[in-house]
Design a protein around this ligand. Structure first.
Ligand code: ASP
Length: 468
């Protein structure tokens, strides 16, 4: 007999079925024992009545919560007064005829039948594989998967290709600190983990793919915040022969399609477009929450685009001079602003083609039209105080690539985990990630960072200095 899911049992009244899963709860009423059996489909009640074979009853008596069991039995209607309308299988129960214990379980170090907010982060993440058993996180990760599936569906329908880019790459200034990986083969040299696939996706445009996406991991060595972790996943997009409006329209359509697939309610479509200047004047920030109190209570999403950001801002002291506000690979908003950039004048007035999408006060996407002219890219780094040899060393590959027929292009990255936070009413990014880091930057379950052996250090040409 084939195993079926508990969620498939309610249509099988009178049939013998085989189900398997975890014993969520066990109620022993002396002569009669009940299990709530949990699997990926949900829950179903299993009943061990006095008519069941004696050895089955004996086994059922020994089973404890979270044991993994397989049950064969007959699906029957529950008596009217014992129906449970709060679960999908509440009208039926499975009268057990056979019970096999597949795996025993020690008492769990944390409860898994609550929403989990009451448990300390360290315990939850140390036992994340148990923490994830709770209904709330099963639901969050299911909805996450459906959101990504819907984005893929939409992007494939628009002629996009899904292409992966390297994880071991080169350290480049993209606004954050890099995670670095020492090279064994080249003493004293390091790879960097990507802060985003920015340069590779632009090179894919030079290569002629025109429409690229991937669900990309982005790694940034920053102190974690509620809506930011060392690792996050983004839906990374790049397109050729497009305007700013084309990319915004595509991202907006994808977002609406995917959000509606997961049952989100969006207050305003199309999304309003606000300039940076207006946003600062009206809301005092470039991330703002447009929802009314009523909409907040109803879990409604309000999204808006922000455009026309300044390209550069004064660097934070002790650093001097200018730095980019969003993305050094962006193009200025128009030819006049490009001329200013090339001439290094009116720096504070140069507007970038950047667009950000905000949702309920969170920044959920960002992108821009890129410069595909080597001179303009060089000019960005000159404004930031880089000398030509340094620009050549760090970005020579991009400057060269742009000399072999680079199409005009632009793109976007969507930090969809934040959109899911907004939709699911979660306050922390880690509630929509399977194995997030702790607030102290330690990994779930495996407790990294950890030490390396002397042998490994030697191979990597590294010596660890004692903190003074
Ligand atoms: N690479 C940018 C980021 O990850 C987004 C983009 O411009 O596509 O922030």
């Amino acid at each position: 007999m084939e195993r079926i899911l508990t969620s498939q049992t309610q249509t099988k009244i009178g049939d013998r079925v085989r189900v398997a899963g975890w014993v969520a709860t066990r109620r022993d009423h002396g002569k009669i024992v009940f299990f709530d059996l949990r699997d990926r489909g949900g829950l179903a009640q299993v009943v061990f009545s006095p008519e069941a074979p004696a050895e089955v009853l004996a086994k059922a008596g020994a089973v404890r919560p979270e044991w993994v069991v397989e049950i064969e039995g007959k699906v029957q209607k529950r008596p009217e007064n014992l129906r449970n309308p709060s679960i999908a299988t509440g009208d039926i129960e499975i009268a057990a005829e056979k019970l096999t214990v597949l795996s025993e379980a020690k008492p769990l170090p944390l409860p898994v039948d609550t929403d989990g907010y009451e448990i300390g982060e360290d315990t939850r993440l140390k036992y994340r594989y148990l923490d994830l058993r709770r209904e709330r996180l099963q639901r969050n990760l299911t909805i996450r998967s459906r959101y990504v599936q819907a984005c893929r569906e939409y992007l494939f329908s628009q002629g996009f290709l899904e292409i992966e880019t390297p994880l071991l790459t080169k350290s480049t200034p993209e606004g954050s600190r890099d995670f670095v990986v020492p090279s064994r083969v080249y003493p004293g040299k390091f790879y960097a983990l990507p802060q985003s696939p920015q340069q590779y996706k632009q090179l894919l445009m030079v290569a002629g793919f025109e429409r690229y996406f991937q669900t990309a991991r982005a790694l940034r060595d920053e102190d974690p915040r509620a809506d930011r972790g060392a690792e996050h996943t983004q839906i990374d997009i790049e397109m050729s022969f497009v305007t700013r409006e084309d990319v915004m329209k595509l991202v907006e359509e994808m977002t609406i399609f995917a959000l509606e697939k997961i049952g989100a309610r969006i207050a305003e479509k199309p999304f309003p477009v606000v300039t940076y200047q207006e946003a600062m004047k009206k809301y005092g920030a470039d991330k703002f929450d447009l929802r009314s109190e009523k909409e907040k209570k109803e879990g409604i999403l309000r999204l808006a685009w922000v455009v026309d950001f300044p390209f550069f801002e004064k660097a934070t002291p002790p650093a001097k001079g200018w730095t980019f506000t969003h993305n050094p690979f962006s193009a200025p908003i128009n030819d006049e602003h490009e001329q200013w950039l090339l001439k290094g004048k009116n720096i504070e007035q140069i507007i970038t083609s950047q667009y950000d999408l905000v949702c309920n006060g969170l920044e959920v996407s960002g992108g821009s039209i890129r410069t595909h002219k080597p001179e303009a890219l060089k000019a960005v780094f000159r404004v930031m105080g880089y000398k030509d040899p340094e620009i050549e060393d760090k970005f020579g590959h991009m400057l060269e690539a742009f000399q072999y027929g680079a199409p005009p292009h632009g793109g976007c990255a969507q930090g969809f985990e934040r959109l899911l936070m907004a939709h699911l009413g979660e306050e922390y990014l880690r509630e929509v990630q399977a194995f997030p880091q702790t607030g102290q930057g330690r990994t779930s379950v495996m407790d990294a960072p950890s030490e390396l052996s002397e042998e490994q250090l030697r191979e990597l040409h590294l010596r660890v200095q004692k903190e003074k």
